[in-house]
Design a protein around this ligand. Structure first.
Ligand code: ADP
Ligand code: MG
Length: 368
């Protein structure tokens, strides 16, 4: 199974003009099942008479709603989670193209993004499973949430003042990469999830101003752990939802001076990600995953399970070159094969010896 790539063109913002639209999405008659369109066209910047075209699994135009994206692309993954498979959803694109809008969204019900809707779907299915099994099955949901900034991992449940400069270390276990010492919070309901998620997002933005860095330069990684217990068997699967840093190349002046932030050019981890994608697509023996924390965590083409990339695009000319490089990146990504590995159930053995870790209560906190 390969990475599913879904492109979304955001609507024009207030200051943007209709006549500056350069990105077009078009319908394909054989793919009307999702009501979407599946080709993106954009002019060749060197020869505007010529168009480049890119095909993706689906393309959503400026009118697409949050509900369209969720229902068609993300809702079907809930079933996979409950069957014991992992799911990874990540948003890729230039700053200002709608990644955060797509993933987190706005405050109103209709503006809610993919993440709160996914959780809502998980709780709905949990309740149904518990009811249908007449209480034999039970589902527990827990979350952890962190950001990767300058190749350092910071727990978003920690206030920025508490951050230690090297950040949290990573460790590999059973072919998956974990963050060591991350806070994991159980969330019993959608309401509880939303409270924790909002609280953690506040830590994200305040830390961004503190470090004088824009949130567009950090990757936000939300992990939702779904544990389904039937009798003495527990199966754990993980949904990861990632709002990546902006993919713009700040060396380009065409994008306007206001986005020429700091002196760095492209975010290093996104550069490594592009190299990984290229190495995988060329079937090279060495994939440089280990050269950044984000690529180690994402480890595209390894054990991500069902993987969906949402490619966010701005329709207008001021993004032209960055849009093209996003499209080229997405074009390679769609060919990457991902492995769907069913998580093994764990059986409850004899009563565990109570250790310090097991008496620390339901909220597993990192020891100071
Ligand atoms: P990014 O996270 O990629 O930097 P944002 O999600 O912050 O981009 O979006 C940039 C701006 O565009 C925000 O003001 C956001 O509200 C708006 N926007 C993005 N996508 C949409 C959409 N589908 N509908 C309405 N407004 C959108
Ligand atoms: Mg954003």
């Amino acid at each position: 199974m390969s990475v599913r790539v879904v492109a979304r063109i955001r609507p024009l913002l207030k200051a943007e003009l209709e006549r500056d639209i350069v990105v077009q999405g078009t319908s394909s008659p054989d793919n009307d099942s999702d009501g979407g369109i599946d080709t993106i066209r954009i002019p060749n910047p060197r020869n505007e008479g010529e168009d480049f075209s890119f095909q993706f699994n689906s393309v959503y135009g400026m009118q697409a709603t949050q509900d369209d994206i969720f229902q068609n692309e993300v809702a079907p993954t809930v079933k996979h989670l409950f069957q014991g498979f992992d799911v990874t959803i990540f948003a890729y694109g230039v700053t200002g193209t709608g990644k955060t809008h797509t993933m987190r969204g706005g405050k109103t019900l209709s503006e809610r993004g993919v993440i709160p809707r996914l959780l809502s779907g998980i709780y709905r299915r949990s309740r149904k499973l518990e009811k249908d099994s007449q209480g034999v099955a039970s589902v527990e949901v827990a979350m952890s949430y962190y950001e990767i900034y300058n190749d350092r991992v910071y727990d978003l449940f920690e206030t920025p003042e508490k951050r230690t400069s090297p950040g949290l270390p990573l460790r590999e276990q059973n072919g998956k990469t974990f963050v060591v010492g991350l806070t994991e919070r159980p969330c019993l309901s959608l309401k509880e999830f939303e409270t924790l998620y909002d609280q953690a997002n506040v830590n994200r933005s305040t830390s961004a101003t503190k470090l004088n860095a824009h949130s567009s330069r950090s990757h936000a990684v939300l992990c939702v752990k779904v544990s389904i217990t039937t009798g003495d068997e527990t199966r754990v699967s993980m949904a990861s939802a990632i709002d990546l840093a902006g993919s713009e190349d700040n060396r380009r002046t065409e994008n306007g001076k206001e986005r020429l932030v700091e002196s760095a050019s492209i975010n290093k981890s996104l550069f490594v990600l592009a190299q990984c994608v290229e190495a995988i697509s060329k079937k090279q023996a060495r994939i440089p995953y280990r050269e950044s924390k984000m690529t180690r965590i994402l480890s595209l083409g390894q054990n991500n399970g069902l993987t969906i990339m949402i490619l966010n695009l701005a329709p207008v000319r001021s993004y032209h070159l960055d849009t093209l490089s996003s499209l080229n990146f997405a074009n390679r990504t769609k060919k990457i094969e991902v492995k769907e590995i069913e998580n093994e159930p764990m059986f409850r053995g004899p009563a565990p010896i109570r250790t310090l870790a097991s008496v620390s209560g339901p909220s597993i906190q990192r020891q100071p």
